[in-house]
Design a protein. Sequence first.
Lengths: 381, 249
Amino acid sequence: MSVSPEGESAGPLVLEHRVLKSLLGAWALAACGPAEAEAVEEHLGTCGPCADEALRLREAVGLLQRPESLDLDPGLRTRVLRSCLERRPPRIPVPDWAASYDAETARLDALLQDFGDSEWHAPVRLRWYESDEASSRRTTVAGVIAHLLTVDGLVAVALGLADPLGTVAAARRTPADRTEAYWRAAHGPPTRSVRAPWREQSHALVRTVSFTGGGTGRLPVSYGDYELPLRDAMLDRAFECWVHAEDIAEAVDYPYEPPSGRHLHRMVDLAARMLPAVLEHRRLHGLSSRVERRLVAAGEPGRSLRLEIEGSGGGEWLIPLDSPAAKGSAEHEVAHVALDGAEFCRLAAGHVPPREAAAGQVGDRDAIRDVLFAAASMSRM
Amino acid sequence: MRGRSFTISGPIGGAHCHKGACALIRADYIREITGHTTDPGTDQPGRAEEQGVWGRMPKTDVPPRWDRKMQQRLARGEAAALGELYDRFASLVHGLAHLVVGDERAADAVTRDVFAHVWEHPESYDPRQEPLRTWLATLTNRLAVQRLRSAGTAALARGGPGTAEDLERKVRHASVAARADYIVQSMPAPLRAALELAYFQRRDYRQTAADLGVTDDEARRRLRLGLQLLATAHDTEAPGTSPGIGGAA
């Protein structure tokens, strides 16, 4: 070590030019000892180049400032991109049905931006309904991102992209089995390192559907025991992304807004379109009320429930109750349920008990019960 | 704890290095101290290795792949590329703009203008010249300064307080502050860590050395180097001479 510790020598510190020069940064920051500072200052009176540098470094210290921690307005992304695309229409647009996924993954990524280790390892309880009972599974924020990565991977596989599970084998290709397999295969609990592959994959999905999914989006995406067309799968993944972003935000005590009205509307629409098939499935498994069905010919109007979604992104949907093949019909309306859009989505995500969900209901109570339970039963891990 | 996460990659400031500083700062030294440093959670993992810290120094002639691809995708008119560009750089652009214009809504407007410029004129960025990150930072600074100056000029014309000289001083001060912020964000993490300890936590250089697990010599070196880089924020280029930007709106 070239500088003797202070206090050892009684007289003024004598240092070589090389050492004095090396001290200039510490001196400018007032981060050297008094004897060293004195030696530097004495030197500056006699050495022009060092004096110039010292002045320059002192001025630089004045430029140091605490980094401001500004959260970007999450709505800015949509506004900026829209403004750009209006000025120069894209030759390769992001399909309309992928816009929600694009927006929701960007929002979640922005939430994760400044997370430290304590946030990444904060406990999260995933909640859903199974056999009409509330189920849950404990994980962490990083575990949730791993879950999104593996389930988004179903879409990646359908598009011919790499499977994030790699060589890890899941019992079945269902979201839950894939997630459990991924968690099990890891050497330790998931960490923040899962963010980059999740984000790369979500960007790759948006990019790929822009080229290959264009327009139709009918390519089937397998969820193990059922399939969705690509366009609905992307909406479903946007929905899941938001739901789990809320789980994460709650776990780290951050505010998180529902999706924009336009995106929320599409998510509600997906759920509303899936409800008739879910009702049918539940009927086959004895999970619905024992009511007399009134079957009608395919495409004919059937007994219906009016689902009224209030607030931004809201609207009205007529849900055929007795068969997915029947057409929803205002003339055959037997019940009317009114809920807030975000509340309906939380119901469909299994975060709200069906009995407590409806804000307003009129008409056939069994029909209402069946629809609300069917909505909750669409949730999964 | 919500703090800003910094990125290691990218060259310094507008890449107009002070001659003295450039002569003193050896790129191999920088690479040596950054080579093993990865900052998980940054927007550009692994970028320091990919492009070298001195993107502007004419020794790595291959432009970084990501930047080149991005430029091509933007030129092709791929909307998904614009989204990715925003996701990677929006907080940098908005933060720098905010430092100059000092107001949330004006910073939003600058952010919009910056991305609109890139989207409308992707060909004005040349990946062989400099990293996209530097180019965007320079563009942001310029558009933000323009906005601050025109708002100030309009206020003066309405009979607002101050003089044209006051305004110029304010503009210059804001621009230097934003460049300094960018330099701190872009400098190698070990230098930033040393400055952080010595300045914000008031550790002397020996304590800084101990905290970082390096020799006293090394701590002195990092503090000096960090300040030398920061000092280049004062080396403003004359308006309109930045080679990377053509026809900024």
